[in-house]
Write a protein that binds this ligand. Structure first.
Ligand code: B12
Ligand code: SF4
Length: 379
C-alpha cells in the first residue's frame, strides 16, 4: 500500500495539487457534542444542508460502511494583491480571491477524479467517492488528520509553507492507507491578528467562527435581505471576504508575491447595470453564480451605500426606479438613505408612490425617515 500511496501522491502533485496525504476514517466522537451544540445554537443559519444528516458528517462510514481512508488534497490559488486604490472614491467592490476565474468546484473535482481513477485502477472494484465541497464531509477535519496543515485560529486549514490559500478536496475509499499518527503541530501560537482584525468580530477564541457575523456568509450564502445592522459592516465586500487570511502571518509571503489584479475590485455601477444575460456572460462559469444575479446586485447596492460617495447616487436611483428584483430595490433604497443629499431624498420620494412591494416600501419609508431626521427643517 505504501507504494500505491506514494504513486498517488506523485500523481496528485502532477495534477496541480500542492499538498496530499491520507487519513484513517473513524467516527469523530470528540466532535459530536460540539456539532450538536453548534446546530442547536442556529449557527448553520440559512445553510440548511449543514444540518442535514449530521451522523454522516460525524462518521463517513454512515455514508458507506466499507469506507476506510480519505486521501485529502489541497489545490492552490493565487491570492492577488488588491490594487492600491481608494474604493470609496472609485466605487469599487471587492471579491474574495478564491472566486476569481473558473468555478473551483469543477476544476478541482476534475483533477481529483483523475487521481481517484488511478486509485480505482490499482485495485479493480475499489470504492472512490470524490468530494469538493459537495457532500456531508468535514473537509478541514480530515485534511488536518492527513497532516496537510493545522486548523487555524481563523478556522482555515493552514500550512507553514502554503498558508491557507488553497481549496480542499477528498477521495473517500475502502482502500486502507497508512495515516500519520501525529497531527500537524499548531503554529498559531499566541497570534490573534485574525481575531482582532476581523471587521465583524466573527472569530472568537477557541478557534470558532460565528457564520451569522461572517461577511462571507452574508454575501455568498444568505439569500434574502441582509439584516440592516449588518449592512454597514460589509464595507465593499460583495462576494466573500479574505481579511482573516490576508492578515495571517502564514500568508504574508504569498500575498506580497502575488500580482496586482483588477478583477478583484470590479466597479460597482457596472455590476448594478448587469441584466440576466450580462450576469450569465460575466459570471456564469465562476463561483459568483452561487449568489445569482439578485444576490450580487444586492451586495453591490450595500457597498455603494457604504461608500459615502455621492457619485453612487445616480446608479442607485436608476436601480430603485427600474430594477425588476425587489430584493435589489430594497437594498438600493437603504443605500440611498445613507446619503445626506437632496438627490438621494428626491429619488426615494419619487419611488415611494410607485413601489408595489411591501418590503421595498418599508425600506423607502425608513430611508426617508432617516434622511428627514438629518434635515429636520424639511420635515
Ligand atoms: C459552510 C462553509 C462555510 C461557511 C461557514 C464556515 C464555518 N466555519 O463553518 C462560510 C460561508 C462562513 C464559509 C466561509 C469561508 N469559507 Co468555507 N466552507 C464551508 C463548508 C462547505 C462546510 C464547513 C462546515 O462543515 N462547517 C460546519 C462547522 C461545524 O464546521 P467547523 O466550524 O469547521 O467545525 C469543525 C471544527 O470546528 C472542528 N474542530 C473544533 N475544534 C477543533 C480542533 C482541531 C484541532 C480540529 C482539527 C478541528 C476542530 O470540529 C468541527 C468538525 O471538524 C466547507 C467545505 C467542507 N465540506 O468542509 C468550506 C470551506 C471550509 N471553506 C473554505 C473557504 C475557502 C472559505 C472562505 C475563505 C471563503 C471566502 N474567502 O470568503 C471563508 C473563510 C471564513 C473563515 N474564517 O472560515 C475552504 C477552506 C480551505 C482552507 N484552506 O481551510 C473549504 C474547505 C472549502 C473547500 N473545499 O476548499 N465557509
Ligand atoms: S471571512 Fe471576513 S468576516 Fe468572516 S471571519 Fe474572516 S475576516 Fe471575519
Amino acid at each position: 500500500m505504501r507504494q500505491l500511496a506514494e504513486k498517488l501522491i506523485a500523481l496528485a502533485l502532477q495534477q496541480g495539487f500542492n499538498l496530499a496525504g491520507f487519513a484513517a476514517l473513524r467516527p469523530l466522537e470528540e466532535r459530536a457534542g460540539f456539532f450538536s451544540r453548534w446546530l442547536a445554537d442556529g449557527r448553520s443559519a440559512e445553510m440548511d444542508w449543514l444540518a442535514k444528516a449530521p451522523e454522516k458528517r460525524l462518521d463517513p462510514r454512515v455514508i458507506d460502511p466499507r469506507l476506510r481512508s480519505a486521501m485529502m488534497l489541497a489545490w492552490p490559488y493565487t491570492p492577488p494583491r488588491p490594487p492600491a486604490l481608494d474604493w470609496r472614491a472609485e466605487l469599487r467592490g471587492r471579491i474574495a480571491a478564491y472566486a476569481l476565474g473558473a468555478d473551483y468546484h469543477d476544476l478541482v473535482k476534475a483533477r481529483a477524479l483523475a487521481v481517484a481513477a488511478a486509485m480505482a485502477a490499482a485495485r479493480p472494484g475499489a470504492i472512490t467517492r470524490v468530494y469538493v465541497d459537495t457532500g456531508p464531509v468535514f473537509e478541514r477535519e480530515w485534511a488536518a488528520a492527513a497532516r496537510l496543515g493545522w486548523f487555524g485560529r481563523n478556522t482555515n486549514l493552514l500550512n507553514r509553507y502554503h498558508g491557507s490559500y488553497f481549496f480542499l478536496a477528498g477521495i473517500l475509499t475502502d482502500l486502507e492507507f497508512d495515516a500519520p499518527a501525529e497531527p500537524y503541530r499548531d503554529h498559531c501560537g499566541t497570534c490573534r491578528r485574525c481575531l482582532d482584525l476581523c471587521p465583524t468580530g466573527a472569530l472568537t477564541d477557541g478557534y470558532l467562527l460565528e457564520p451569522r457575523l461572517c461577511i462571507s456568509y452574508w454575501t455568498i450564502e444568505h439569500r434574502g435581505a441582509i439584516p440592516r445592522a449588518m449592512r454597514p459592516r460589509l464595507g465593499n465586500w460583495i462576494f466573500g471576504c479574505d481579511i482573516c487570511q490576508e492578515v495571517c502571518p502564514w500568508n504574508t509571503d504569498a500575498t506580497v508575491a502575488a500580482p496586482i489584479n483588477e478583477a478583484l475590485t470590479p466597479p460597482l455601477a457596472a455590476l448594478l447595470a448587469l441584466d440576466d444575460d450580462g450576469f450569465r456572460r460575466r459570471f456564469g462559469q465562476s463561483a459568483l453564480r452561487r449568489t445569482k444575479r439578485r444576490g450580487l446586485l444586492r451586495n453591490a447596492a450595500v457597498a455603494m451605500g457604504n461608500s459615502g460617495n455621492p457619485a453612487a447616487i445616480p446608479a442607485l436611483t436608476t436601480t430603485l426606479a427600474a430594477e425588476p428584483e425587489a430584493l435589489v430595490r430594497a437594498h438600493a433604497a437603504w443605500a440611498l438613505g445613507r446619503f445626506d443629499a437632496p438627490a438621494a431624498r428626491k429619488a426615494l420620494e419619487q419611488a415611494r408612490p410607485r413601489e408595489s412591494d411591501a418590503a421595498v416600501g418599508e425600506e423607502i419609508t425608513l430611508a426617508l425617515a432617516r434622511a428627514l431626521s438629518r434635515a429636520p427643517h424639511l420635515a
